[in-house]
Design a protein around this ligand. Structure first.
Ligand code: SR1
Ligand code: MG
Length: 418
């Protein structure tokens, strides 16, 4: 095995020209290969390689955080976790992730299906004001299936424990989340940046908000200690690709065992941020319909998640938790339903907390969202961000008192109209 070396547009054909997984799909004649580097994420290199027969994506991890540079080293093993998460997601929610053709651990690279146009990143589609009819269904099903089937509700305990040990080594990526999401936004951390100076007052207010800080740390505790299921770990709208009718999840390099509510909360937060940013994208007309659509998507995603999770609970509960022998086999169907209600209610309360702080970190921390970043008018952008921050604070701190997604969406609409 040759030691790791980062690929470049120039070196890729020579270095991967003998790779059968790749040549099988795109053709053997490397003189005909066209290579583009398209990575616009925070961490990795992403190449699209096109040949006579077709195209594929080559994704390679770098030994540092691309967004920051080599002053922030980051281990290559994240590629290993991404590969193993993708294979599990494919097994648990078939068709929801790109097909994987090849993995090279030493070179930290994954060769996978190219989701060609009209596929685009969901975040882009939402900024453009596109309403996608199947989005909520597809994501709701993906989350319910992967999160249920990766937990002790479904898996053989021994296998789950082995898997938990495997992913436990994804320490550095968890560390990013633990700091960037749960702590940094609430003090003057080195890498924080908020781009609208109009937010200074509110930022000071949030950092002095004891209830919020305590809640954020309770959520961090939950994130770190509740190894409930294999999470995607970074399920935001930049980690999802869409066409008008199809949806695929990508980029699970942050995968590890954590609370079910984390993926769901992070995802819903990204819909709410898209909602609060729409006012900044009205150059070509009102986004009233898009705002209504986004709230509908949050409600529908949660409804689909609940329905599918409940269905799996009733039909696939083969793990060591809430065994059928305790309930259904004794004719006690209500007992199993009671336990399901408890579980869903816990997920609901926690997801609101995770969603609230995800909103905060995307405006106050290191890694921002194009939803707000692409609003050219600084005052307008600051207004959108302020509303999102207030919303995030409210749902995080009051999460135990909020009982339905309609309540949350009513609140979001009220704040948005202020
Ligand atoms: C330094 S990495 C910053 C963020 O990018 C990733 O997509 C994760 O969301 C992470 O928190
Ligand atoms: Mg990513």
């Amino acid at each position: 095995n040759k030691p790791f070396e980062a690929l470049s547009v120039e070196t890729l054909p020579k270095r991967l020209g003998e790779n059968e997984a790749l040549t099988e799909r795109i053709g053997k004649d490397i003189s005909r290969w066209k290579v583009r580097e398209v990575g616009d994420g925070n961490l990795n290199l992403v190449f699209i390689v096109e040949g006579d027969k077709g195209a594929a994506v080559v994704k390679q991890a770098l030994p540092y955080v691309r967004l920051v540079g080599d002053s922030w080293p980051l281990p290559l093993k994240r590629s290993f976790f991404e590969y193993h998460a993708l294979t599990r997601q494919q097994a648990r929610a078939p068709g929801s992730v790109p097909a994987i053709y090849h993995f090279d651990e030493t070179q930290a690279l994954i060769v996978m299906e190219y989701l060609s146009p009209p596929y685009i990143i969901l975040r882009r589609a939402l900024i453009d004001g596109r309403e996608l009819p199947n989005l909520a269904r597809d994501i709701g099903l993906f989350m319910a299936r992967t999160l249920f089937r990766g937990s002790d509700l479904s898996m053989v305990a021994r296998e789950r424990k082995a898997d938990l040990a495997l992913f436990a080594d994804n320490v550095e990526l968890c560390d990013i989340t633990e700091n960037l999401v749960f702590s940094d936004p609430y003090f003057d951390a080195r890498m924080n940046r908020h781009t609208s100076p109009q937010l200074d007052g509110l930022v000071a207010e949030l950092r002095a908000d004891r209830d919020l800080k305590v809640e954020a740390q309770r959520l961090k505790h939950l994130f770190a200690a509740n190894a409930e299921t294999l999470l995607h770990g970074d399920l935001h709208s930049g980690s999802i690709m869409v066409t008008d009718t199809e949806t695929r999840m990508i980029d699970p390099e942050f995968a590890f065992y954590g609370p079910i509510a984390f993926d769901v909360g992070m995802l819903l937060a990204n819909f709410w941020m898209a909602f609060f940013s729409q006012r900044g994208h009205e150059e070509n007309g009102s986004r009233d319909s898009m705002r209504a659509y986004l709230l509908k998507v949050t409600a529908e995603t949660w409804a689909v998640f609940r329905a599918e999770f409940s269905h799996l609970w009733r039909t696939e509960r083969t793990g060591m938790l809430y065994q059928r022998s305790l309930f259904e086999d004794q004719g006690d169907r209500l007992g199993a339903e009671q336990a399901l209600d408890h579980m869903l209610s816990g997920i609901w309360t926690d997801l609101l907390g995770f969603a609230g702080i995800e909103v905060h970190r995307r405006i106050l921390g290191l890694a921002h969202n194009a939803d707000f970043e692409t609003i050219a008018d600084q005052d307008l952008r600051a207004k959108c961000e302020t509303k999102a921050l207030r919303f995030g604070r409210h749902i995080a701190v009051n999460r135990r008192q909020i009982h339905s997604i309609d309540e949350v969406n009513t609140l979001a609409a009220l704040i948005e109209q202020e």
